[in-house]
Design a protein around this ligand. Structure first.
Ligand code: AP5
Length: 211
């Protein structure tokens, strides 16, 4: 089972990806996490990537596509994989086709822009693992600290209000056209109401994958 999670920034893709990975034993590939990791090294590439992330724009296709296609060829993807944050534009969708990467299911997490702003402004993350919390909807056991490592949580710099706006503009311009791209393909495309509670979204996703 190879699947794609599509949805606006902050729709809950990363939160659900972590649960699906555990439930179904498939590889969880987040290009956002990959890019944040690249940005932490001391190279020209890292500095370029960091600029794209902090301004809320996409990392160019020539940087990301090769990395992703190589990643899905790795051994842990043999039983299946979940793509969180890729593809992000039509060029990336077409690149998966050209590389003969078969996709069985696309889950579209649908939600309003208003709710997105609530979610991203209350998000806190554990930088090393990417684990994501929300101060109200999904709080850690101890306020401000990761449940697993007890290390401090931070606010992502691209969750600042002006960057959120830019990320939403980029989503409408570049990512939203992928919805029709996948609706018109010979694969399962399922829309999930991502405004539901976290547990309800998980239940809908589990049912979609099991069917
Ligand atoms: P990326 O990390 O992929 O960011 P994103 O797609 O903008 O998605 P987010 O991580 O912000 O949100 P999410 O949907 O995972 O939501 P989450 O589960 O955390 O990308 C970052 C950057 O990297 C990009 O801007 C770009 O520069 C670059 N990049 C990445 N991929 C790229 C690509 N393919 N091409 C080019 N550039 C790329 O949930 C959000 C909050 O809501 C959390 O606080 C969570 O606890 C809470 N929450 C989740 N579900 C619920 C619920 N049901 N009810 C209440 N609260 C909930």
């Amino acid at each position: 089972m190879n699947l794609i999670l599509l949805g606006m920034p902050g729709a809950g893709k990363g939160t659900q990806a972590e649960i699906i990975q555990k439930d179904f034993g498939i590889a969880n590939i987040s290009t956002g996490a990959m890019m944040r990791e690249v940005s932490r090294s001391d190279t020209d590439l890292a500095r370029k990537v960091q600029n794209y992330i902090s301004s809320g724009t996409l990392v160019p296709n020539d940087i990301i596509i090769e990395m992703l296609v190589q990643r899905v060829g790795e051994r842990d993807c043999e039983k299946g994989f979940l793509l969180d944050g890729f593809p992000r534009n039509l060029g990336q969708g077409q690149a998966l086709d050209s590389a003969n990467v078969a996709i069985d299911l696309v889950l579209y997490l649908s939600i309003s822009e208003e709710e997105i702003v609530n979610r991203m402004s209350g998000r806190r993350v554990h930088p090393a693992s990417g684990r994501s919390y929300h101060i109200l909807y999904n709080p850690p056991k101890v306020d401000g600290f990761d449940d697993v490592t007890q290390e401090p949580l931070i606010q992502r710099e691209d969750d600042a209000p002006e960057v959120i706006k830019k990320r939403l503009d980029v989503y409408y311009d570049e990512t939203e056209p992928l919805l029709d791209f996948y609706r018109n393909k010979n694969l399962q495309f399922i829309e999930i109401d991502a405004a539901q509670s976290l547990d309800k979204v998980t239940k809908s996703i589990r049912e979609s994958i099991a069917n």
